[in-house]
Each structure stands twice: as C-alpha cells, then as structure tokens.
Design a protein. Structure first.
Length: 313
C-alpha cells in the first residue's frame, strides 16, 4: 500500500494524527483510534448473489480465509469497554486472497460520519477536544453532519457479535459482464443485534466485550452476513454523510464465519495495516475524498506503530 503522491493530503493526515495524540495521548505501538482490539480468523463464503454484483476473487471462489479485528473507539489501549467514549465500535475484515495479496473492509457501528472530507474531520476533532463542554455542544449543534454522526451512535452492545457495522464510503462494484454499480457495505450479525441500557452498561466490567467474545468463540463459530446496499442513478456516491433511501436494493455478498483467535494477537495487531481502498479487480473505490485520506492516515500511523517496541502478550 503506497502513500499517495499528494503533499497536501499527507500534511493533512499528519495534522489529524497530531490531533488524535492531543486527545488520547501518545501510545507507541497502538492505533491512534480504535486502539483496543482483538483479532480472529475464519472463512468467507460468497452467496449465490455475489457474482451478480462483482467479479472480485473472493466473490467467485468457493471460500476465502479472513482475519477480522474488532475494536473500541479512541486511541486509549486500556479504555474500559463500558466507557461512553468506547462507541462507536469498529470492525476490519481482511480477505486473504494469496500470499501477500489481500483486500479489506473497514467499518464501524455508527451509520454516519461527522464530515464529508478531511478538512471537515480535522475541524470536528479540534472542536471536540476542547475542555469547555459548552463549546463542544455549540459546535455539534451548529454543524448538522457532526450532529447526525453523534445521534447515529448506538448504545453499548451486549457483544461484538451482536452489533451491526457500516462501511460508510461507497465502492464501485463490477461483475463479469462489465455491469458497474456503486454500493455500501453493512456487516450484519447472525445472532441479531442487542444493546445494553445505561444502567446495565454501568454494571459491566472494563473488559466485558473482550471476555464475552472469548467465551462465545469457545462455544462455536461467530457469523456475520456482508451485504451491499446498491445505489440508483442520482444517489450521492462521494459523500459518506449522505444516506441513500432505505428502499434501495440490498445484495447479500456472503457470510463470514469466525472460529478462533489469532495467535500472538498483540504482535499481529501491531503489524497489520488495514486499507480502506479495495485495490482489486471487481471492486474499486468511489471518488469519496475520505478514502484516500483514511488510507494515508492508516499507512502513516501503521508504519509508526510497527517501529515501536514489541508489545507484551
């Protein structure tokens, strides 16, 4: 994954990373956001519908091994799972297509994003880091996209396995006949969604999600459906803050079945750098400006993370 040849984009990415560090502090070896996480392995099996949408390798072969990371929000590695700042939760899915060949999906549990582009996101970060809560509320109240994002954050989940995740940026899908459509991912839990009341969440311990997931995966596979909501002509495809009508067609891409934790989890989390840009035949990025920005932020921060001292298990 190369850095883009765009000095302004790289400078903006560095500014965003500096702002994350101001908020959460320096934590070498960890992500600047979604620092606390866990990884599992399993397989993806495409649905019968998948090839109608895309000719991508993992949609056309019988199955593909996957590596999946679940995470809390913020850049604080020891943030309690029941801290209000731990939402939205994150999921990142890597389809391992061959040795050193992969494609990823990155999503989170809020069906929204606070800004259309990188400059707007940096403005949001600077606003919410203020110690004056009244000024934070004033900013959110006067910026409709930021307000919509805050309102889209769901209550704390019972389990990572009972949360829905949204890939906010549109992708361009092309099938074997050359038919192209734009779509957005949603990752749907087979076990159904379930969230906690504020009182129930307050009674949970600091690692309740990670402990619950360890127990759950020990009893059997955890499954998610990957679906794609397909845009129609005239739908906005380059702005993650704009929702498409609920009546748009949804195609089931396939099922992820997770079976076991990743060995040497802390070390592997440090090394892996997920890429929000698909970079394979059959699925391409849209012109959403957040994609190149996120890819640059992930790569720059990932290289710094890899150069930090090894974490202890």
């Amino acid at each position: 994954m190369p850095l883009p040849n765009d000095e302004k984009l790289i400078a903006l990415s560095e500014e965003i990373l500096k702002e994350f560090e101001k908020v959460f502090g320096p934590h070498p070896g960890f992500r600047p956001a979604h620092a606390k996480g866990t990884m599992l392995t399993g397989r993806f099996t495409p649905s019968n519908e998948a090839t109608s949408l895309t000719r991508a390798q993992h949609a056309t072969q019988a199955s593909t091994p996957v590596t999946v990371r679940f995470s809390n929000s913020t850049g604080i590695p020891l943030l309690p799972d029941n801290d209000a700042n731990a939402d939205p939760r994150g999921i990142a899915i890597r389809f391992n297509l061959a040795e050193h060949v992969h494609t990823d999906i990155v999503a989170h549990s809020a069906n929204g994003f606070p800004a259309t582009d990188g400059a707007g996101f940096l403005e949001f970060l600077r606003a919410v880091t203020q110690e004056d809560k009244a000024k934070v509320q004033e900013f959110v109240g006067s910026h409709p996209k930021a307000l919509a994002f805050v309102q889209s954050i769901t209550p704390m989940p019972v389990s990572f396995a009972q949360e829905r995740y949204f890939g906010l940026t549109a992708m361009k899908f092309t099938n074997k006949d050359g038919v192209t459509r734009f779509g957005r991912y949603t990752i749907v839990p087979e076990a159904g969604e379930e969230h906690l009341s504020a009182d129930a969440a307050a009674g949970k311990d600091a690692n309740y999600l990670f402990d619950e997931f360890t127990e759950r995966i020990g009893k059997g596979p955890v499954k998610f459906k990957i679906t794609v909501q397909v845009a129609e002509d005239g739908d906005v495809i380059n702005d993650a803050t704009v929702h498409w009508p609920a009546d748009r067609k949804v195609v089931e891409l396939g099922t992820i079945e997770l079976t076991q934790p990743v060995a040497a989890d802390a070390r592997e989390q440090k090394q892996i750098i997920f890429d929000p840009i698909p970079r394979l035949d059959g699925i391409e990025p849209s012109e959403d400006p957040l994609l190149e920005l996120r890819a640059a932020v992930y790569l720059i921060s990932g290289r710094k993370r890899r150069s930090a001292p090894e974490p202890t298990e």
